[in-house]
Design a protein around this ligand. Structure first.
Ligand code: AMP
Ligand code: GLY
Length: 427
């Protein structure tokens, strides 16, 4: 089969690495891919959001299967456009991707179907939101732009002044553009976060190994929210009893709700969960694999990813074999200093071999490019350094010792990825 993976980050690199292992995979293309992905796939020029380009390329090259990995093209309807041309895909159609594309939609869906989530109200008017926050008087309070905002559209306000400023910046100054035309104001939840990615064909839902992201830029969860600075899997807080509760109260109800709404969801559904003292709550849904969750989850998959992905399209997921390793995995992101705000790119990355790899780890490239056979930085998150091990500690030790091989100007990584998870295991 000829396969096209749309996207250009570490997540896409991890997907391509897993797909490559399938005996059915002949040629894998990435559009646009990146410097490191080029060692594993044929990179094709274009933008991941350019639906016409992706459809035209898929027809020209007679692509058998397209994996649409990022949120934007899914929300824009890339899968719909490919399916209209008879091209099989992995990923939800636009009317299901709205689960991530609109927080107002997803919150209202959860309320309608009794899926546990933080109490909330939605607003299209800034003054009404501010009046509501004042009347409620509970801090911290969480303010979310309705639409996609590169993971930055969530503000946790500690006081009325901060909350009012957040509402104004989203709704009046349009800090996230049209994504801020509506907002959700919701209750702050306390607990431990878990990411659960699940394959679904709209009828069956098959959760993957759980994971834990580290969203803040600096150690001890300080600094700004980022796309994710590192991940570990499995998440030790996510016990089998909690997994069962999530299946009954969250995963199956969500899939059924989407079906009842005439929005069957096929692809990878990401459940961002908070384990509270009152049980698991949904913080958010994403309509795609997480980044960098994928970089620790897929290395633990022992079955054929391509076969699983095809079965989501053909709605045969219930009969498909999915086995997971009982090892642990850790991914440490090496980033450009200054990310997620301002950073420079174009620095030479030292310590990589010709394939963009280094000894003792698997490197998933997020923001790199190649020039004259060398690898240069080309984004905020640069490389995800991933290792598996018999224990979480072994996986983390290996990942951090491999990080020492890599260097570039202003390189930044967190030094405490997995620490909270290790503490939980030691308790
Ligand atoms: P989201 O983009 O919805 O995942 O939000 C980004 C981050 O904000 C989450 O990973 C949480 O750490 C935090 N967050 C979002 N909603 C809440 C909430 N209701 N209570 C506490 N933290 C939240
Ligand atoms: N790592 C968080 C996300 O992919 O949204």
């Amino acid at each position: 089969m000829k396969i096209l993976v749309v996207g250009s980050g570490g997540r896409e690199h991890a997907i391509i690495r897993a797909l490559k292992k399938s005996p059915q995979a002949d040629t894998i293309y990435a559009l646009p891919g990146n410097g490191g992905i080029a060692a594993d796939a044929i990179c094709v020029e274009g933008k991941a959001t350019d639906i016409d380009r992706v459809v035209a390329f898929s027809k020209e090259e007679k692509i058998d299967f397209v994996v649409v990995a990022p949120d934007n093209p899914l929300v824009l309807g890339m899968v719909d456009a490919l399916n209209a041309e008879g091209i099989p895909t992995f990923g939800p159609r636009a009317n299901a991707a709205i689960l991530e594309g609109s927080k107002v939609f997803s919150k209202n869906l959860m309320k309608k179907y009794g899926i546990p989530t933080a109490r909330y109200e939605t607003f299209e008017d800034a003054q009404a939101a501010i009046d509501y926050i004042k009347a409620t008087g509970e801090y911290p309070v969480v303010i979310k732009a309705d639409g996609l905002a590169l993971g930055k559209g969530v503000i946790i306000a500690q006081s009325f002044a901060e909350a009012a400023e957040a509402v104004k910046s989203i709704m009046e100054d349009k800090a996230f553009g049209a994504s801020g035309n509506s907002i959700v104001v919701e209750q702050f939840l306390e607990g431990v976060e878990v990411s659960v990615l699940a394959f679904t064909d709209s009828k069956t839902v098959r959760p993957m190994v759980s994971s834990m992201d580290h969203k803040r830029a600096n150690d001890n969860d300080e600094g700004l929210n980022t796309g994710g600075m590192g991940t570990i899997a499995p998440n030790p807080y996510y016990t089998s009893a909690i997994a069962q509760e999530c299946m009954e109260k969250i995963f199956l109800p969500t899939i059924r709700a989407m079906g009842e709404e005439g929005r069957p969801f096929k692809g990878c559904l990401y459940f961002g969960l908070m384990l509270t003292k009152n049980g698991p709550y949904v913080i958010e849904y994403n309509c795609r694999f997480g980044d960098p969750e994928t970089q620790v989850v897929l290395p633990l998959l022992e079955s054929d990813l391509l076969e699983i992905m095809l079965s989501t399209y053909h709605e045969t997921l219930a009969e498909t074999e999915i086995n997971w390793s009982d090892k642990s995995a850790a991914c440490v992101i090496v980033a450009s200093g200054g990310y997620p705000v301002e950073y420079k790119t174009g620095y030479l990355i030292e310590g990589l071999d010709a394939q963009g790899q280094c000894k003792g780890a698997t490197l998933y490239h997020a923001g790199t490019r190649q020039q004259d056979g060398k690898y240069l930085t080309a984004g905020g998150r640069v490389i995800g350094v991933t290792c598996t091990g018999d224990s979480l500690k072994m996986a983390l030790d290996s990942a951090y010792s491999a990080v020492k091989n890599i260097s570039f100007t202003d390189m930044h990584c967190r030094t405490d990825i997995g620490k909270k998870a290790l503490d939980a295991l030691e308790k």
